[in-house]
Write a protein that binds this ligand. Sequence first.
Ligand code: GLU
Length: 416
Amino acid sequence: MVISAFDVVKKQIDIVAKEMGLDPNIAKYLKRVERSLIVTIPIRMDNGDLEIFEGYRVHHSTVRGPGKGGLRFSPEVNLDEVKALATWMTWKCSLLNLPLGGAKGGICVDPRKLTRSELERLTRRFTSEIINMIGPDIDIPAPDVNTNAQIMAWIMDTYSMNKGRSIPGVVTGKPIEIGGSIGREQATGMGLYIIFEAMCEKLGLDLKAQKIVIQGFGNVGGTIAQILFEQGCKILAVSDISGGIYYSEGLDIDKLLDWTHEGNYLKDYKDDRYKLIKNEDLLTIECDCLVPAALENQITINNARAIKCKIVLEGANGPVTPEADRILFEKGIHVLPDILANGGGVCVSYFEYVQDIRAYFWSLDRINKELKRIMLEAFEEVYRIAKERNIALRTAAYIIAVSRIARAIELRGFFP
Ligand code: GLU
């Protein structure tokens, strides 16, 4: 059964609304997105044929500032998913107390099937189609699943060409040479590490002794794998879309990153000690910390009972459904929720945006210090509320995020 990500969003709002006694009118409003745009993107392929793709951009809430959120290219993208992801961005920005709202976009496409020039035309035409919905004071896209700094550069250029001047603040996650921020590429993985380290401290666990399993080996999964590997943790298993590999003594992450960065799949990596495993079997491997860093709806009512770890560190957005959340909570598994754990990316995106607007760039030291401060402030508050009320960390994070949004809505009132 296909789970609707936006249905998950609505269930999460119901759970937090009940816990915090949220005004039902506000809850009703938060279950809607402010605006969504569906665009048709006709592209001349290299062989002369015309292919037509569908793209989306959604603003869930701009009550606390311009929309912010990634852009993903994947065959699974649809409006329901983009609405869910935009809503999660609202909570994430609010929890970190960034003056930004929640937005998201995507194109239903498998980018691996396109040539570089087709990908560039697709990105530029999509940018042109959504041009009135984005801008430094409207909505600022960023990388997400299967998008990267080069794609952000094409968006920035297309937008700037249309406006007749360079406007780097229209997207974040750009190459450093054209206004990107140092530290942005590693930021989501860095943020995951900061939160994991803080949680280990709370639970009295020795971080270096933790055994880790990671689903996903892209920017987020790859970066957290590398950081934890450098720290001496054993990474028992990792996976990409081709499947997973497992070794009970710990994989050599540096070698695997070299392999995948050359464009290879994990399943083709040759080491006699490593065992090939299916993606779904990876999630139920016994470990200390499981990091779902791929897509949403991975831990569901069907496999939650089989999860055998102490901590789930959500690198992806929405990897655990509300039913699974309840099961994990009952099992005593700590779920470090996406809107907190993977917030490092949008946090450094915010720094990039500020740097672009002021045209003054920070050092890596300053980026990492401010990232740590913002992430730990949010973590401490979430942890405290979860302990005080004996609720899941996600519910605590939602209480903080939704309260700020609700307060902003109350203060601004409803126009007209
Ligand atoms: N796509 C990332 C996320 O889901 C980053 C968003 C951003 O930097 O705006 O948080």
